[in-house]
Design a protein around this ligand. Structure first.
Ligand SMILES: Cc1cc2nc3c(=O)[nH]c(=O)nc-3n(C[C@H](O)[C@H](O)[C@H](O)COP(=O)(O)OP(=O)(O)OC[C@H]3O[C@@H](n4cnc5c(N)ncnc54)[C@H](O)[C@@H]3O)c2cc1C
Length: 381
């Protein structure tokens, strides 16, 4: 068993740190204040290979594995969690869905544009009335000759406006039937496909979240991914990988919170001493560092199991997502506490980590849904 980071992972981490100094840190306050989604940044990330991390080189991707993917999302999220979230959604939801379930023709059509960052991808499962209960979705697709006709609205979609292409889970059968959904690819610009309301969010403000509206949207029959009726099953498979992404995103927020707190606690003096010399503060640092270790081990174990298709990876992915996301909420809160009043103002990064962290216990399956998945698998005969 090797717990160290590979040379490739170290190189990725260093390059993202350098990239962030030039392209993220100078602008992130404005993005956060004004909810700007920096589209051009993703083109640059594409040039660096980070928009197609898990995509084989033959489709224009980097051809890396999950270890490198975790490093990318972790490092970007330390710099700016919104950017980590968008890169994660693009790679592991939209791109990975087409890569995993698409035909060779479908992959050739969409993957190279996504993997190089020329296009940004979106993935639509959630609706206003069905979040955790996604099986009851109401966005309908009906076959009319050689075309699908799609009607309905998807809610809270990352890149629902700026995405160039979306994988959309649609109802093609009966409500509540596990085989009643189909995943269909819809390109932006298709008549009737528009972005609805852009959400004004607590955190992750530089990652775009909007409705996607489908009003008699017609796409070729060939845009369905995999078998008709398999959409829900496919979505669950994609979410296993997505949970590794959110665990990595959480890990980045935890590390960012810890690094800022360690530095600040050594510099800030009260009662004539650095605050790190008080046990009340140093114990917080000890708890934070331990939580990071535990999150990281679980995240890499889930990734290793998924990559090697080892039985039972679904439960580990859910555990990694559950643990790492709850840990990042704890850590970012303690980071604000360690910074005292300065943690509550926008001059220090911990204020943003604190706001951004909460998404991690909600997106791609809430904490309660992760516990539901874990307990159901534990109790299965
Ligand atoms: C910033 C952001 C980005 C997002 N990006 C995307 C995206 O790109 N694509 C996409 O499809 N979705 C996306 N989502 C949606 C996200 O996945 C959902 O918000 C999430 O799955 C929860 O669904 P909900 O909001 O409807 O909450 P609900 O399902 O209504 O849950 C409300 C509460 O009830 C609890 N609950 C529900 N069912 C149960 C149960 N059976 N047992 C116990 N407790 C339960 C939940 O845990 C939660 O605490 C995004 C959301 C946000 C905020």
């Amino acid at each position: 068993m090797n717990f160290g980071k590979s040379e490739t992972q170290k190189m990725i981490a260093d390059s993202i740190k350098e990239f962030a100094k030039q392209h993220i840190y100078p602008f992130q306050k404005e993005w956060d204040d004004k909810q700007i989604f920096p589209v051009d940044l993703f083109k640059k990330l594409g040039e660096m290979g980070f928009m197609g991390v898990l995509v084989p080189e033959e489709y224009g991707g980097s051809g890396f594995g999950y270890d490198e993917y975790i490093t990318v999302v972790d490092e970007l999220s330390q710099a700016d969690p919104s950017i980590g979230l968008s890169v994660a959604a693009h790679n592991s939801l939209c791109t990975n869905h087409i890569l995993t379930f698409g035909t060779e023709e479908q992959k050739q059509k969409w993957i190279p544009k996504l993997a190089t960052g020329e296009w940004i991808g979106a993935w639509g499962l959630t609706e206003a009335g069905t979040g955790s209960d996604a099986g009851n979705m109401t966005c309908i697709a009906k076959l009319d000759g050689d075309e699908w006709v799609i009607n309905g609205t998807k809610n809270f979609i990352t890149h629902g406006k700026s995405g160039n292409v979306a994988v959309v889970m649609t109802r093609t059968g009966e409500k509540g039937d596990n085989r009643g959904a189909t995943a269909i690819v819809v390109e932006m610009g298709t008549p009737g496909f528009t972005a609805g309301k852009k959400e004004d969010k607590l955190g992750m403000r530089a990652s775009e979240t909007t409705e996607m509206v489908f009003d008699n949207v017609r796409v070729p029959k060939e845009n369905a991914l995999g078998n008709i009726g398999d959409g829900f099953k496919q979505a669950l498979t994609i979410l296993d990988g997505g949970r590794i992404s959110i665990a990595a995103l959480s890990l980045g927020i935890s590390k960012g919170s810890y690094i800022a707190s360690l530095k600040y606690s050594k510099e800030r003096e009260q009662f004539g001493k650095p605050i790190s010399s008080f046990q009340g503060i140093s114990f917080k640092l000890a708890e934070m560092a331990t939580d990071i270790e535990a999150s990281e081990l679980l995240t890499y174990k889930a990734a290793w199991q998924k990559e090697n298709n080892i039985d039972g990876y679904t439960i580990t992915c859910a555990m990694a997502k559950y643990y790492a996301s709850e840990a990042c909420v704890r850590l970012s809160s303690e980071a604000v506490q360690i910074h005292g009043g300065y943690g509550y103002i926008k001059d220090f990064p911990v204020e943003r980590y604190f706001r951004d962290s909460k998404l991690c216990t909600i997106g791609e399956g809430t904490t309660e849904i992760q516990k539901f998945v874990i307990s159901r698998l534990l109790l299965k005969d």
